[in-house]
Design a protein around this ligand. Structure first.
Ligand code: ATP
Ligand code: MG
Length: 393
């Protein structure tokens, strides 16, 4: 029965002059999401609303699922539209609508009509009264409640007439693309894909960087990260994933620096390299999956030590989350099953038995000087040999 959706968007409705930019970004992301559905859709903006209309056969559940991935949407209302063929016809359609959508008639309702087309021959109040009356006559089990109706029947009179009463919750947030772009440090773990999702939910587009260490980390480990990027891209749009070969840098740090500081120094180089790519690609910040106290490299002292090598802001949307909360989001967004595949991670190779948990930044800086001879060249080579995968799932 439903051939169209009315899309509700909360936050972006109040952005004044920027509203068009927000709406355009939303439409763009909706097109991206619906591209993967069977069927053709037309999306149009009209007087502060966005409508999606199916152009032929389509799968209702699939279209709703895809729209639920689009940040900025607060509600998805399945809509029936009818041509304006007189009030008698409209009455018939309303009765058919109520009958089909609410087989159990023991409900309270209210009709709420709006005229975007003012030359329509009846006023809103008259329409409400006449349609309410018709419903009560046809379905005597139903009753009117103007304050808290169980069913709010919306009737919008535009070029066509739109009828809707159900709202499927959307993900909320802001449309991707309205908030600039950030560089996500994407590992194969549980946390970083969730961190990317959360930043994207605030309208930020994502690029990503992954550090691998062949032959210590396998092709499988790399493919897992590509797969995670593809899953995140369902919400964000295509993600440019930069893959850095980190092996020589890791081996060099291992050779020259105290082993208990290996992780922290390695993390500092990851941040430096990520920042270099971020600056080059127009990203305005870095994003990591860190959360205070989760592991040795995520104490306040360790975070301070990794943070100080960057000029760009580092966003850590999971900073106050417990693992369980992160796992819950990972499950919901569909990254969890991939994240727990057991492939090696470059952070876990050569790792010391007792890594420092409270690194002293001055000491770390001093030990990093051991790397002076070759590190710049190694970083340069790592950047020059990076691989780019455009992940789109
Ligand atoms: P995750 O579950 O995201 O792997 P984690 O709990 O394993 O996180 P760490 O290994 O300390 O934590 O990594 C902290 C953050 O550093 C990650 O969330 C990610 O943003 C980044 N990171 C770690 N390893 C890599 C890597 N190999 N490539 C890219 N980013 C990485
Ligand atoms: Mg990890």
């Amino acid at each position: 029965m439903f051939r169209a959706f009315l899309i509700k968007y909360a936050e972006i409705g109040v952005k004044g002059k920027n509203r068009y930019l927000f709406e355009d970004a939303l439409v763009h992301q909706m097109k991206f999401a619906l591209k993967k559905c069977q069927g053709e859709f037309s999306i149009h903006k009209s007087q502060g609303r966005i409508y999606v209309e199916a152009q032929g056969e389509f799968d209702f559940e699939e279209a709703v699922d895809k729209l639920k991935n689009v940040f900025g949407i607060s509600g998805i209302c399945p809509v029936v539209y009818v041509e304006d063929e007189g009030f008698g016809k409209l009455k018939e359609r309303i009765l058919a609508y109520v009958d089909e959508v609410y087989p159990d008639k023991h409900r309270t309702f209210k009709v709420h009509s709006r005229r975007a087309r003012k030359e329509y021959p009846m006023e809103s109040m008259e329409i409400n009264a006449a349609l309410g009356e018709a419903i009560l006559q046809a379905y005597p089990e139903m009753s009117v409640d103007v304050h808290e109706p169980e069913i709010l029947l919306n009737v919008e009179i535009r070029e066509k007439i739109y009828i809707y009463s159900e709202t499927i919750p959307g993900p909320g947030g802001m449309p991707v693309g309205t908030g600039g772009k950030a560089m996500l440090l994407l590992s194969g773990g549980i946390d970083s894909p969730v961190a990317g999702y959360m930043i994207a939910k605030r309208g930020v587009k994502l690029d990503a960087v992954y550090f691998h260490a062949p032959p210590y980390t396998s092709e499988w480990a790399k493919q897992k990260v590509v797969d995670l990027a593809k899953i995140v891209s369902r919400y964000v749009g295509p993600i440019w994933l930069h893959i850095i070969n980190f092996t020589d840098i890791q081996l060099y740090i291992h050779e020259k620096c105290p082993h208990e500081e290996l992780t922290i120094i390695m993390r500092r180089y990851m941040m430096r390299i990520a920042e270099a790519i971020a600056v080059e690609t127009g990203c305005l910040g870095l994003v990591t999956g860190e959360s205070i106290g989760q592991v040795a490299s995520q104490t306040m002292q360790s975070l301070a030590a990794t943070n100080e090598v960057c000029q760009l802001p580092v966003y850590r949307p999971l900073i106050g989350f417990d693992k369980q909360e992160i796992v819950e989001v990972a499950g919901r967004i569909g990254t969890f099953e991939t994240s727990i595949l057991p492939y090696e991670d470059c952070c876990t190779i050569f790792v010391a038995k007792h890594p420092v948990t409270k690194p002293n930044v001055k000491v770390i800086r001093r030990h990093e000087q051991n790397l002076d001879e070759k590190i710049d060249q190694l970083v340069k080579t790592a950047l020059e040999t990076k691989e780019l995968v455009i992940a789109e799932g």
